[in-house]
Design a protein around this ligand. Structure first.
Ligand code: AMP
Length: 299
């Protein structure tokens, strides 16, 4: 497995691989790799000849009061995990070298970045789309794989690739969960023990909503009332949003659901290191199919 730290070197390698007629699948991450990331590696493998993983804690997608400093950076363990999964190349630029000094160029998707996480995290998606653009231009992949756990991010990146004519196929991969259903996240390790056990309430409330739809409840307000009641069972949980929106446009669903609806949640919990404001923000989602004719979402 090759480890590359410099952008120029990565571009040269990409040119060589492409000239040899081989396809590159890219898996962008911020490291602290877990089984969710490694499932993306497997999905990437099915799509290309070489799987390249990027590991970079991107400072431009963190807000001023967010957890950039304490975001875990277990570089050696991450490299070992990639090696163990058969990754061909890891791009792990040294911070902050991936951005040129005086960086002042941004890529921004408009409407899709306003609702959900865009409300509480202004500037977050601008950082994501800018760094992914830089990674696409550096690694020149044919395919890039992202997790459906970050559903809005995936929608935004698909739109960006389409709008800017990137010659990169953006592929989504299903959410990977712990045994108790909690979605794997690099941030789970920061949860206080009691918060970790209450974190199950996110997937529990997705189950409640899915059950309601199966029972024929198609009114959005009724579904959300049940979701909120379930979330309220976790006293440590502070709900940032619980919303039903169109999976393509991310616009709020009409009251009477008639097609697929994304139930998206963001909830924060106290962190293990305590302290005022030290919270851990978790997200989760599921697409609900209120129509009697169930359809799988397009991949
Ligand atoms: P991150 O390192 O958190 O920026 O995530 C890198 C990629 O891994 C993103 O495309 C995420 O959506 C994806 N990812 C993170 N957690 C999971 C999970 N539990 N299941 C599937 N994909 C995930």
């Amino acid at each position: 497995m090759q480890v590359v730290e410099e952008t120029r070197r990565l571009q040269e390698r990409a040119d060589q691989v492409r000239a040899a007629g081989r396809r590159i699948a890219l898996v962008p991450t911020m490291g602290a790799l877990h089984a969710g990331h490694l499932a993306l590696v497997d999905a990437a493998r099915a799509k290309a000849d070489e799987v390249w993983v990027t590991i970079f804690v991107n400072p431009t997608q963190f807000g001023p009061n967010e957890d950039l400093e304490r975001y875990p950076r277990p570089r050696e363990a991450d490299l070992a995990a990639c090696r163990g999964r058969g990754v061909d190349l890891v791009f792990a630029p040294r911070e902050p070298g991936f951005y040129a000094p005086g960086h002042q160029t941004w890529v921004q998707v408009s409407d899709l970045t306003r609702p959900l996480c865009g409300q509480g995290r202004p500037g977050h998606f601008r950082g994501v789309t800018t760094v992914v653009t830089k990674l696409f231009l550096a690694a020149k992949p044919h395919v890039a794989v992202f997790g459906e756990k970050d559903f809005q991010q995936l929608a935004v990146l698909r739109r960006m690739a389409r709008d800017l004519n990137f010659d990169v196929e953006v592929v989504g991969a299903p959410i990977v969960r712990e045994d108790d259903g909690v979605a794997l996240s690099s941030r789970n390790r920061h949860l206080a023990p009691e918060a970790r056990s209450q974190a199950r309430v996110l997937v529990g409330s997705l189950d409640v909503a899915e059950r309601a739809v199966r029972e024929g409840v198609f009114r959005g307000s009724e579904i959300l009332a049940r979701v909120r009641a379930e979330l309220a069972r976790a006293p440590l949980a502070c709900v940032e949003y619980a919303e039903l929106c169109d999976p393509d446009s991310l616009e709020t669903c009409p009251e009477a659901l008639s097609g697929p609806a994304l139930l998206a949640l963001a909830v924060d919990f106290p962190s293990a290191d305590g302290g005022e404001g030290a919270r851990v923000r978790l997200i989760d989602n599921r697409v609900l199919y209120p129509h009697p004719h169930r359809q799988e979402p397009p991949r």
